[in-house]
Design a protein around this ligand. Structure first.
Ligand SMILES: Cc1cc2nc3c(=O)[nH]c(=O)nc-3n(C[C@H](O)[C@H](O)[C@H](O)COP(=O)(O)OP(=O)(O)OC[C@H]3O[C@@H](n4cnc5c(N)ncnc54)[C@H](O)[C@@H]3O)c2cc1C
Length: 157
């Protein structure tokens, strides 16, 4: 019984780690756009460069997608769903992989300053890494998702 209780606890807590991922990603975006607006290179703010704009657009789009997955599993939990194991693993996997990608890009947008401890995004990048590891590594989330898909396919045979 202990193993089942532990697994069910992880189903709930993984959604929370997904929420941490969304928070870290959004925080990194907020910090880097604030910096980018004020950083002048070649006589203009770096936000006027399309290469920077496209990075910002991808970062925000990925973060919104992660936020939607986290809200979806939170709604399932609030509505008393019995089984949200796959949804929770998907939210944790996608939101924390997003946090990793977005924080790496936030450092890139800020250039050398992003790498320095004077700005918070280097810490956000390190924090994103542990989100991919604890509460079950993201490889394990993929196992959970795939096994649930296969279980469902076998049931519907
Ligand atoms: C800062 C921090 C805080 C933590 N807090 C907690 C906590 O509060 N409570 C708690 O219980 N634990 C906590 N942990 C432990 C954390 O949950 C584990 O580190 C994590 O589950 C990974 O286990 P491991 O370190 O033993 O890695 P391992 O299991 O040895 O994994 C090593 C690598 O092998 C891969 N791997 C392992 N098994 C498989 C598999 N079956 N299929 C595919 N790949 C696999 C992993 O994905 C990983 O890439 C914490 C860890 C850290 C660093």
């Amino acid at each position: 019984m202990g193993f089942i209780v532990a697994m069910k606890t992880l189903d709930s807590s993984r959604a929370g780690v997904g929420a941490q991922g969304v928070g870290v990603a959004q925080g990194a975006i907020d910090e880097c756009i604030k910096f980018a607006k004020g950083r002048i290179q070649f006589g203009q703010p770096i936000t006027s460069f399309q290469a920077i704009q496209h990075m910002l657009a991808d970062m925000q789009t990925q973060t919104e997608a992660a936020r939607s997955l986290v809200y979806a599993v939170a709604r399932m939990m609030d509505n008393g769903a019995k089984d949200f194991s796959r949804a929770s693993a998907m939210a944790k996997l996608f939101a924390t992989d997003t946090a990793m990608r977005v924080t790496i890009d936030a450092v890139q947008v800020m250039g050398g300053s992003g790498y320095m401890k004077e700005y918070p995004v280097e810490k956000m990048m390190r924090d994103a890494k542990i989100l991919q590891i604890y509460e079950g590594t993201n490889q394990v989330q993929r196992n959970v998702i795939a096994l649930d898909m296969i279980r469902e396919a076998n049931k519907n045979k």
